[in-house]
Design a protein around this ligand. Structure first.
Ligand code: UGA
Length: 439
């Protein structure tokens, strides 16, 4: 067991992976959450959400993992506390930091020895200054503490891998002591460590997400041009990506980005620019292009089917991306709403996200859920692909052809090669590429 004891406040997708990941590196870890149900599940070695490899990681390291509802348990046992609570979006686009503030107040109320408080949640620049202010206001005993920033870059669905093998580790500190503690806990990671001041570290996180989202909206803008003139966006992206200055990642055109990070972070970062009276309108365009993607997809559906009223449409993929059950800000939500409002009958299938989706769209006469992609396709007038789960890439297209009423696939994620689809008698409508009609 390693000497430094780690506390993680908030056992959501970032916090729980961080807790289980550090336990796997040999640290004793306290995971704190005020959601009793979550803590009960965790005490039974169960993750409250689906994330590949996470259940195994929790089970494997359970002897080093403690779960509690009480922040004071972590404060009294730990040398370092990671704040991983949510920073939801407020109506005006800015980040709601009330959870961060509340947690900080509780830490201050029970702190009786040195501790390093580290913000890991995505927060606006200067949040650490507020954390320090709150600490000064509510500290009961005259003890020392440090505040640092160590933003997290993990992706849902690949979070365990990203924790173990990060592209970089960013540490924003303002004391030698804080720096040394963070360097010590990251010393077994084989990644470049970037040490900065706290404000710089805070900006690195927002700027990284904003840049990645910009790449996606950029290629989606090009995708629309390709659609208009009959060019192929995937080939454009491939050739662009071969230029090392551009890079090939995050140039996949489709129905846009979703999830709990990009949509919220882009709006929050734009607000920060506004606050300082800077021209961050680039991010407004990124956001606007993304918001239009579900409508662009609907246009594509109409170009294949003309009217959707009364037609049975099979929808594959509801999560905002593969390998997660997360549907937060998923484009599927808007697309299902549009198609439902237009009078279509929807057969929905997703390998993991159906329970979450049912909370937004309960089963009904025109919203039906299925346990297999084949069952959902039976009698359908078109198959619409909204998430690029591997499962969809490996289906028996011949069998599928025999199940559908009309052989049409509208692919919001461009997962198929048009030749292989056409060979099986399907008409294929990808995004930013010419359609391939079989009639
Ligand atoms: C994102 C970042 O990639 C992580 O580095 C960061 O830590 C995380 O946000 C966060 O701030 O916590 P995540 O939201 O899990 O991670 O998912 P991504 O894999 O980045 O995908 C985001 C969205 O972009 C998905 O809806 C995906 O379908 C879409 N996307 C991605 C595209 O439409 N095209 C692409 O080429 C890539």
């Amino acid at each position: 067991m390693k000497e430094i004891k780690i506390g993680v406040i908030g056992t959501g997708r970032v916090g729980l992976v961080t807790a289980a990941g550090f336990a796997d590196k040999g640290f004793e870890v306290w995971g704190v959450d005020n959601d009793r149900k979550k803590i009960e599940k965790l005490k039974n070695k169960e993750s409250p959400f689906y994330e590949p490899e996470l259940d195994e990681l929790i089970k494997k390291n359970f002897e080093r993992l403690h779960f509690t509802e009480e922040i004071k348990d972590a404060v009294s046992n730990c040398d370092i506390l990671f704040i991983c609570v949510g920073t939801p979006q407020r109506e005006d686009g800015s980040a709601d930091l009330s959870f961060v503030e509340g947690v900080t107040r509780q830490i201050a109320g029970c702190l009786d020895k040195y501790i390093l408080i580290v913000e890991k949640s995505t927060v606006p620049v200067k949040t650490a200054e507020w954390i320090k202010k709150v600490m000064r206001l509510y500290l009961k005993k005259n003890v020392e503490y440090d505040v640092a920033s160590n933003p997290e870059f993990l992706r849902e669905g690949k979070a365990v891998y990203d924790f173990m093998y990060p592209d970089r580790i960013v540490i924003g500190v303002e004391s030698e002591k804080a720096k040394n503690i963070l360097l010590e806990i990251y010393k077994d990671f084989n990644s470049e460590i970037v040490i900065t001041d706290i404000k710089t570290a805070e900006i690195i996180k927002h700027a990284s997400n904003a840049f990645l989202a910009t790449k996606i909206s950029f290629i989606n803008m090009i995708s629309d041009l390709c659609d208009k003139v009959g060019a192929d966006v995937d080939e454009v992206a491939h050739a662009m990506g071969l230029d090392e200055r551009i890079g090939k990642e995050f140039l996949k055109a489709g129905i846009g980005y979703g999830g709990s990070c990009f949509p919220k972070d882009i709006k929050a970062f734009k607000r920060i620019g506004d606050e300082y009276k800077l021209n961050f309108s680039l991010l407004e365009c990124v956001d606007r292009i993304n918001a239009q993607r579900p409508l662009k997809f609907f246009e594509k559906v109409k170009s294949a089917l003309w009217s959707v009223r009364g037609k049975t449409l099979c929808i594959w993929g509801l999560s905002f991306k593969p390998d997660t059950d997360d549907i937060r800000e998923a484009p599927s939500i808007r697309i299902v709403k549009i198609l439902h409002d237009e009078g279509a009958i929807l057969n929905l299938y997703d390998p993991k996200a159906i329970p979450e989706f049912k909370k937004v769209f309960p089963e009904g006469e025109r919203i039906r859920y299925f346990n297999s992609p084949y069952d959902s396709a039976k009698g359908s007038h078109a198959i619409l692909i909204l998430t690029e789960w591997d499962e969809f890439k490996n289906l028996d297209l011949g069998k599928l052809r025999s199940l559908v009423e009309v052989p049409i696939i509208v692919d919001g994620r461009n997962i198929f090669k048009k030749e292989e689809i056409a060979e099986k008698g399907f008409s294929y409508y990808p995004m930013g590429k010419p359609p391939c009609e079989s009639f």
